[in-house]
Every structure is written in C-alpha cells, then in structure tokens.
Design a protein around this ligand. Structure first.
Ligand SMILES: [Zn+2]
Ligand SMILES: [Zn+2]
Length: 351
C-alpha cells in the first residue's frame, strides 16, 4: 500500500479538498498509472452530493472516471502495457469475468462490476477512489490504450462521454447516409455529433438555444432544429433512423419519437428525475422503439478510442487545475462549459 494525493468530498455538503488516500501496490495483473488528466462528468457531481438514492455515496468520496495518464509500474503478469505507455481508465475497474455479460464483453452490465469510484474495494476495504488523484492502480483488463496522436486532455472525456454516445450508435447501426438526431448539445451531445458525423451520418441537433447554431455547425452538424419551434419539428416527422437523447432535464420524449421512421430507435442516455411519459401510439405506428444504454464494454471502449485515433476525435475541453474544481462544479450546473472540463492532475503537485 502507498499514499496518493487526491481531492475528496467529506460529506454531501462539503467542497472538494486536498487529501491523501491509500492505493494498493500493483499486483501481478495490475497497472499503476500516473494520472495526467481527468474529465469532470456530471455523475461526479451527483455522486459527490449524494443525489442518487440507488447509489448512496460513501464518504470520503473521490470522484473521477475519465482518466488518462502514463504507466509507471506493471505487474509481472501484465502483457499489454509497458512503463511509459499512455493509458486510460473509464467507469469500470473490475467485474467477475465469468457471467454471461462479461463473457459477451459487456462488463458494464455485470452484476458484480466494480465502478471506478464509490464501489466496494475488495483490495483495501472501504470504497474505490477515482481519478481526482495523482495515481491509480487498476487491473490490466480494465486499462485502455490511448492512440498517441490524441491530445490527452481532450481524450480523457472519451472514457465516459465518448463511449456513452459511441456504443448506442454502433448498436443501432449508425452508418453512412443514416439520418441521426442528437437531443441536447452538452458534454454527451457534442461527442455524439462528432461520432455520428465521422460515421458518415446526416446529423441533426435539437436544441432549446438557437445561439448554439454556429458551434453545432463547427462540430459537424448538418442541420440545427430549435426543439420548441413546432414548424421546424414537423418538417422532420417520420424521417430519422436513430435519435440519441442526452438530456437529463424533464422534456417530452414523444416529440422526438414521432420523428422516427419505420423501425427507428431513440436511445436515452440522460436520466431525468421523473419517469418519461411515453405514448404507446407513437411506438405502435411504424414499429418504433425506445431503449437505454450504459457506457460500453472494455473491448468496445478500446474500439472507440481507436476510432477516435483514426478520425482524430477528442472532446472539446476547458483545462482547469484541480484547485478550480469547486468553481467548475457550479459552472457545470449552469451548463457553462464548452463542452467538458478536463482537470490537469499535475496541478495536484503544486500547493
Ligand atoms: Zn461519467
Ligand atoms: Zn460479470
């Protein structure tokens, strides 16, 4: 065991503050990573403030699951990484490896998965500690390779925002010439736009703020639709192959379901507090479907990173030192970031 520097929250109402945390020494299958950048995901904020009744927060809480860094140590049985490699860790650090989900390469659905933070830690007791830290030790299977052409600060958010939007597009067959809608242009939405564009789709963004139009076009969007303008919405009825709904605020999902063509699908990756009211008629006509999606498996996460390397895709980030993390959380609540904060973890070294 050794001590690592980190930022933690002591309670649901505490600010994040510097602390020291224990990390395990790397075992034979483990990789130790010096963390360079960690993205700020909205989940971090929810978890720190204990806003999810299904996953009560254990304190102290060290969030962060969009991690990019350098390998500093490898266990004797590690074969895929060597010291100095650029490496990444996302939302998962372990799973049982033998359930049907794990065998299908879908570790994110394993009933015994270990999340990167706030999951029981089988090695040290207590809970796992995430990426707001100067280092982390993770089992090799859950460590990803980062293509060397990608900027590490912009690559960090790929580990959650990236895979969350890439996976459902692959599952629902987004390819060249498909018509794809993206609801909401935030951290998730801007990644969805980049992926859909790189996959060759015709990309339409739905937004409540018309002033996002120029930025949407810059990101690769073909059309921008202001979602509260009924005329603009009606022009698209029955025309979409796939829509990704990345909005966590309350909204009427039926307005988007009617835009799907026959066998079209809308996948939700945002989680409003209250259940969606879905009209069955909207689904019956044209055999439309609604589904959910949760990050992606390890193999698919690597596929996504390789795809990003090939197409030179990273998140648009605002880099901050860790000392600004509490200010960043307040700005995140106001959607005042284009489009993801990436924490420069070397700032932990300074006082
Ligand atoms: Zn996340
Ligand atoms: Zn499993």
């Amino acid at each position: 065991m050794y001590n690592a520097k980190a930022y933690s929250a002591a309670s649901a109402t505490s600010q994040l503050a510097p602390t020291m945390i224990p990390r395990r020494d790397p075992g034979e299958h483990d990789i130790q990573i010096e963390i360079l950048f960690c993205g700020i995901c909205h989940s971090d904020l929810h978890q720190v403030r204990n806003e999810w009744s299904v996953m009560p927060t254990v304190y102290p809480c060290i969030p962060g699951h969009e991690i990019v860094g350098r390998v500093t140590k490898v266990g004797s049985a590690v074969t895929k990484f060597k010291i100095g490699d650029l490496a990444a860790v996302g939302c998962l650090v372990d799973s049982d490896g033998n359930c049907p989900d794990c065998k299908a390469g879908l570790e994110q659905f394993c009933p015994n998965m270990t999340l990167t933070y706030n999951s029981p830690d089988v090695h040290l007791g207590g809970v796992t500690y995430g990426g707001y830290s100067d280092s982390i030790v993770v089992k090799e299977h859950f460590v990803l390779h980062v293509p060397s052409n990608l900027n590490p600060a912009g690559a960090a958010p790929l580990l959650c925002a990236g895979i969350t939007t890439y996976s459902p597009m692959r599952h629902w067959g987004v390819t060249k010439d498909k018509k794809v809608g993206v609801v909401g242009l935030g951290g998730l939405g801007h990644m969805a736009v980049k992926f859909a564009h790189a996959l060759g789709a015709h990309v339409v963004v739905f937004t409540t703020s018309p002033n996002k139009k120029d930025d949407a076009l810059r990101l690769g969007v073909d059309e921008v639709v202001v979602s509260h303008d009924a005329d603009q919405m009606n022009k698209h009825v029955g025309s979409f192959d796939f829509i990704l709904d990345a909005v966590s605020a309350e909204h009427d999902i039926n307005a988007y379901i009617q835009l799907l063509r026959r066998d079209g699908n809308i996948t939700v990756v945002g989680a409003p507090d209250n259940p969606h009211a879905v009209s069955a008629f909207g689904l019956l006509f044209k055999r439309r479907s609604i589904s959910g999606s949760l990050i992606g498996g390890i193999a698919e996460t690597q596929e996504m990173l390789d795809f990003c390397g090939k197409h030179n895709i990273t998140a648009d980030v605002e880099i901050i030192p860790i000392q600004k993390v509490n200010v960043a959380y307040e700005r995140l609540l106001k959607a005042d970031v284009k489009y993801r904060f990436s924490i420069d973890m070397t700032s932990l070294k300074s006082k």
